[in-house]
Design a protein around this ligand. Structure first.
Ligand code: AMP
Length: 283
């Protein structure tokens, strides 16, 4: 496993692999790796000749009052996880190298960036999409792996890759959860034991309303999720929404495949989660 810190060097290495006919897998991360990230690494290890993991806490996807500075960083442990998962390259550029002075170019995915997390994190998706398109150009990846946990991000990146004609195929990966149901997230490290206990109610609420999808209308479902979330102590709800799996538009009674998506603050920690539901007979 090699750790590469220079953008130019990473790009040269990737190009060489491309010319040699190797299939390249990319797993973009912000580090503080856990079993959710590891599931993406192991999928790439199976599918690709070469796996590149990027570890980069991307400053342009954080708003001014967000947790960029205190975002968990654990490089030593991350490298160990990468090694265990047979990663070939860990790409860890500096902020200065990724965003050289005078950087002025940004990519955006209109409409899809304006719902769910969008209104609460106004610069977030622009920052993600800009970084991911840079990573695609640096890695020449055949496949890039994204977790369903960040469902809006996954769909926005899929759209961007299609619209901008990237060669990279986006591979969605299922959400990895603790046995309790809590979706793994680097931000879970912010939670106290008590907060972690109450956080379980987020995935529980999503699971409980699953049954409603067969028989109840979407407004009822939304209200039901909201009522369950409101009961969580020390919490504040950013949103609870039911959207179309395909394009993130607000779902209606004709939408066959939907996503229940929520964002909830537990104390000072913002958690997101979702569950995908399909009407009977649909894939
Ligand atoms: P992050 O480091 O939080 O930017 O996440 C990097 C990638 O790992 C993203 O594609 C996430 O969706 C994915 N990821 C994070 N948590 C999980 C999880 N619990 N299960 C599956 N994928 C995850």
């Amino acid at each position: 496993m090699r750790v590469i810190k220079s953008v130019l060097q990473m790009q040269k290495i990737s190009l060489k692999h491309l010319k040699d006919g190797d299939e390249i897998g990319l797993v973009p991360t912000m580090g503080a790796l856990h079993k959710g990230h590891a599931s993406l690494l192991s999928k790439s290890e199976k599918d690709d000749d070469v796996t590149i993991v990027s570890i980069f806490v991307n400053p342009i996807q954080f708003g001014p009052n967000e947790d960029y500075l205190k975002y968990p960083r654990s490089v030593k442990q991350d490298l160990e996880i990468c090694r265990k998962n047979h990663v070939d390259y860990v790409f860890m550029p500096s902020v200065e190298d990724m965003f050289s002075q005078g950087h002025k170019t940004f990519a955006e995915v209109k409409v899809m960036q304006d719902i769910l997390c969008g209104p609460f994190r106004p610069v977030h998706f622009r920052g993600v999409v800009t970084l991911v398109s840079k990573l695609f150009n640096i890695s020449y990846a055949d496949r890039a792996y994204f977790g369903m946990k960040d469902f809006q991000q996954l769909k926005i990146v899929e759209r961007m890759a299609k619209d901008l004609n990237f060669r990279t195929k986006i591979v969605p990966c299922p959400t990895v959860r603790e046995r309790s149901g809590l979706a793994l997230s680097s931000r879970n490290t912010y939670l106290s034991d008590d907060e972690k206990n109450v956080s379980l109610n987020i995935s529980k609420a999503l699971k409980e309303v699953q049954q409603d999808f067969k028989t109840k209308n979407l407004n009822f479902i939304k209200k039901n999720i909201l009522n369950k979330l409101k009961k969580i102590p020390n919490s504040k709800i950013d949103y609870a929404e039911v959207v179309s799996f395909n394009d993130l538009s607000i779902a209606d009674k004709n939408t066959k495949k939907v996503v229940f998506a929520v964002a909830v603050w537990i104390g000072k920690t913002r958690l997101i989660d979702n569950i995908v539901m399909t009407r009977r007979g649909e894939k």
